[in-house]
Design a protein around this ligand. Structure first.
Ligand code: IPM
Ligand code: MG
Length: 378
């Protein structure tokens, strides 16, 4: 098959890790006989520098015309001036909003050989396998009024937390469908003891729960959820929550996986890809940011970007085998002890590799699957 992929590397370590994901994509293409037509475009800080806009019109067009998007990261100290007209992050937010990618799926698993890389006690995290579904196009990130102004008594600012019942329902439905193919448990997270928008969230969540009686539903408050994620992470299967809560909880949850450098994500809407066997159009990105402190040094962990590509194969392109080839290669590379600096441990006699070196291991294992001796963890 022939697929069109938009490649948006962005800023910081974005280009480095995206380059590695593209190497893996080419390996898969050769091995499984697919052609990938890649179209690279500017987004974020680099786009501001070159065009004045964090999401130039041409980038949006490239993204719209693709079957899926491979995204790196945006942002950096160079564009951090609070008085600046626009910010790199605005490019990513506009992309999510314009493409109506309202459901952000962030799977968190603790690889058995990375358990030591997390500061959390091993018995708590071994076997963690959860999926956060974060609402991505509503809430505090987008609603108006959203502004800053000055009064006689000083500076003021406002952001608005608005949700419609349709926005709440559709993201919960994504969660229920995922839970059905997993452990059949869904946790809806809100702050219904304080926020009006959360009381609507809970009301709608209770209605959608009644329509999904085969799934066990629990409702918890976001502050308690932050605590339970550390105290009893294994109890969670699918967590569904609004935009801002999801942003915060997924950075926290990444600690369970040993490093932010491990976590992929998929952002989906409702647009179907018009190709046989394919599913929904989506944007795939590592959840780590642009990590400007290590950018350009070949030190970043490329596994989140590579796993994001694996998610794209499975969730958007319907290429299950290709996705599994990536997952198996990632698992066995970790089991063989290869580590970038974010997950490296001297005591465990790990083999330290750089960004490119880690990807060499992955590619070698995709090309020679007999090297994946280690069975895939359940
Ligand atoms: C994320 C990031 C983004 C967000 C930033 C870069 C705008 O933190 O994807 O989690 O807040 O959504
Ligand atoms: Mg975030």
């Amino acid at each position: 098959m022939n697929y069109k992929i938009a490649v948006l590397p962005g800023d910081g370590i974005g280009p480095e890790v995206t380059d590695q994901a593209v190497r893996v994509l080419k390996t898969i293409g050769e091995k499984f006989g697919h052609t990938f037509e890649l179209e690279t475009a500017l987004v974020g800080g680099i786009a501001i520098d070159e065009t004045g806009s964090a999401l130039p019109e041409i980038t949006l067009q490239v993204a719209r015309e693709a079957d899926s998007i491979l995204f790196g990261a945006v942002g950096g100290p160079k564009w951090d001036d609070p008085a600046a007209k626009t910010r790199p992050e605005a490019g990513l937010l506009a992309l999510r909003k314009s493409l109506k990618l309202f459901a952000n799926l962030r799977p968190v698993t603790a690889h058995k050989d990375l358990i030591g890389a997390s500061p959390i006690r091993q018995n708590l995290i071994s076997g963690v396998d959860l999926m956060v579904v974060r609402e991505l196009t509503g809430g505090l990130y987008f609603a108006n009024p959203k502004k800053r102004w000055t009064t006689k008594r000083g500076r003021r600012a406002v952001d608005s937390l608005k949700y419609t019942e349709q926005e709440i329902r559709r993201v919960l439905e994504v969660g229920y469908n995922l839970a059905r193919s997993r452990r059949k448990k869904l946790t809806s997270v809100d702050k219904a003891n304080v926020l009006e928008s959360s009381r609507l969230w809970r009301e709608v969540a209770e209605e959608v729960a009644l329509e999904n009686p085969d799934i066990q539903t629990e409702h918890i408050l976001v502050d308690a959820c932050a605590m339970h994620l550390i105290q009893r992470p294994k109890d969670f299967d699918v967590i569904v929550t609004e935009n801002m809560f999801g942003d915060i909880l997924t950075d926290e949850a990444s600690v369970l996986a040993g490093s932010m450098g491990m976590l992929p994500s998929a952002s989906l809407g409702t647009r179907k890809i018009a190709k046989e066997g394919a599913n929904l159009f989506g944007l795939y990105e590592p959840i780590h940011g642009s990590a400007p402190d290590i950018a350009g040094k070949n030190l970043a962990n490329p596994l989140a970007a590579i796993s994001s590509l694996g998610m794209m194969f499975k969730m958007s392109l319907g290429l299950e085998q290709e996705s599994e080839a990536i997952e198996n290669a990632v698992d066995s590379t970790i089991s063989a002890g290869y580590r970038t600096m974010d997950i490296y441990s001297k005591e465990n006699r790990n083999k330290k590799v750089d960004t490119v070196g880690m990807t060499d291991q992955i590619i070698d294992r995709i090309e020679n699957p007999h090297k994946n001796k280690v069975p895939k963890p359940l």
